[in-house]
Design a protein around this ligand. Structure first.
Ligand code: ASP
Ligand code: MG
Length: 457
């Protein structure tokens, strides 16, 4: 059994859904369970409508809703078999009617609770999963729809619910594994889930990858395939480094570092249920199904290149906190982090000396308040328009001379902050954002000049 997850762009149109059907058809002997995202940008649109409704723009919200309905009909109707057209019409009618009522209710209440956010945003996957199951049947796949809101059982932390694993795994193995083994292709919506008492919840934005991992773990799949619109993980962002190459294999730990540092291929939380059960995750391109993709496995494969990939994060702000009086008095770091914590601002990277601490943040919404509070006990300077570059690779820590190579390659670039050791897999630098393209190119040349064919495609 395998789990195949298709993201929003992979199911954004009739043509895209046909491509998905042919990809699934070619893998029927592996007993696929299919997880789909909402079609295209549906989730964003639903959330925008909810905001319009509560902020007094009900007519605008309802107009957007009509447009979303027309979009679903236009893309899905041609995919449905004529014998199932009545079912499709009822599906569209009921779902959009309910959505209209929900939006009108929100307009009256004028308040958007996390519970209503989940109720509204769930419709994207509720529709797409039913539509994909109908389309599969019309295209000759013996497909069955299953409601993720009953199968993925969560707590009630709306908009970022956490799965209750024992219940969820019990339901998945009782209800999904048997039909899959009997040759049925079960289609489920990603992202959506439900509490034990049946209230709709969601796993958080981008949560369909997480669903795929949970389902894979629940049915003990041999593999989880994440089908997206890129060739997998790359040695660098191909938009800034044209020579960037795909990685054939990477460890979970390395992939998590890359995901965190902006490589938007995979949601880091996806990793957990799959890691625990030692199930490999494959990243594949639904526009180029013949490409080998990237295989994410628990133990790193031996590799001649110490660096596997270069990730970066733009629009970083560095906060330098200089202690004049407290010179490493104990409690200085605690006070600093309490301030960031109080203003709910995550710190990505830190560097410390005897008298000062530098911290990077990417969310500057509360920066003015943070600064005022820090200035109660230190002097503060702020540098904006910085960028973090992360070299990721399981062998970085065990390879002598990496630092020398990094700094030699970056001779023309001013490096503002360095951090290694936070994890074994990551060496991070802060540079001026204006220097980023050049810095990444220089590092890429240095570390990917020759490639180990066992790891790079
Ligand atoms: N549709 C959801 C979102 O846009 C979940 C996903 O696509 O993974 O966040
Ligand atoms: Mg996604």
């Amino acid at each position: 059994m395998i789990v195949m997850k298709f993201g929003g762009t992979s199911v954004e149109s009739a043509a895209a859904i046909r491509r998905v059907a042919s990809i699934v058809k070619a893998r029927l002997e592996r007993q696929p369970v299919v997880v789909v995202s909402a079609m295209g940008k549906t989730t964003n649109k639903l959330l925008a409508m909810a905001t319009d409704a509560v902020e007094g723009r009900k007519e605008q919200a309802l107009e957007q809703l009509r447009a979303l309905r027309d979009f679903h009909i236009a893309e899905a109707a041609p995919l449905v078999a004529s014998s199932e057209t009545p079912e499709f019409e009822v599906l569209i009618h009921e779902h959009f009617q309910e959505l209209g009522e929900l939006l009108s209710g929100l307009a009256v209440l004028g308040e958007l609770t996390p519970r209503s956010v989940d109720a509204i945003s769930s419709y994207g996957e509720r529709l797409s999963s039913r539509i994909v199951a109908l389309a599969f049947r019309a295209l000759g796949i013996d497909a069955l729809h299953a409601d993720s809101r009953r199968l993925i059982v969560t707590d009630k932390r709306h908009t970022q619910a956490a799965p209750l694993y024992p219940q969820t795994y019990a339901r998945l193995s009782a209800e999904i594994a048997p039909p899959a083994r009997a040759g049925k292709v079960v289609v489920m919506g990603g992202f959506i889930s439900g509490s034990e008492d049946g209230v709709t919840t969601t796993l958080g934005r981008g949560g369909s990858d997480f669903t795929a991992a949970i389902v894979g773990a629940g049915v003990s799949a041999e593999e989880i395939q994440i089908w997206t619109d890129v060739d997998g993980m790359m040695t660098a962002d191909p938009n800034s480094v044209p020579e960037a190459r795909p990685l054939k294999v990477i460890s979970f730990a390395e992939a998590a570092e890359l995901a965190y540092f902006g490589a938007k291929v995979l949601h880091p939380a996806t990793v957990l249920p799959a890691v625990e059960k030692n199930i490999p995750v494959l990243i594949l391109n639904s526009r180029r199904p013949e490409a080998p993709g990237t295989r994410i496995i628990s133990e790193a494969q031996p590799c001649k290149n110490p660096v596997k990939s270069i990730a970066c994060k733009r629009r970083i702000t560095v906060v330098n906190i200089h202690s004049t009086r407290m010179l490493m008095a104990h409690g200085f770091l605690r006070r600093i982090f309490e301030v960031f914590d109080r203003y709910e601002t995550p710190v990505d990277m830190i560097a410390t000396s005897e008298v000062s601490v530098s911290a990077t943040i990417d969310n500057t919404r509360r920066l003015a308040e943070i600064r005022t509070e820090l200035e109660q006990f230190s002097s503060v300077s702020v540098e904006s328009d910085r960028a973090i570059i992360s070299l990721v690779g399981g062998n970085i820590r065990y390879t002598a001379g990496i630092g020398a190579r990094v700094f030699a390659a970056l001779r023309p670039v001013n490096v503002l902050m360095i951090s290694q050791g936070g994890s074994q897999w990551n060496l991070s630098l802060v540079v001026d954002e204006a220097d980023l393209p050049q810095a990444v190119r220089l590092l890429h040349e240095e570390f990917f000049h020759e490639l180990d064919p066992a790891v790079f495609a």
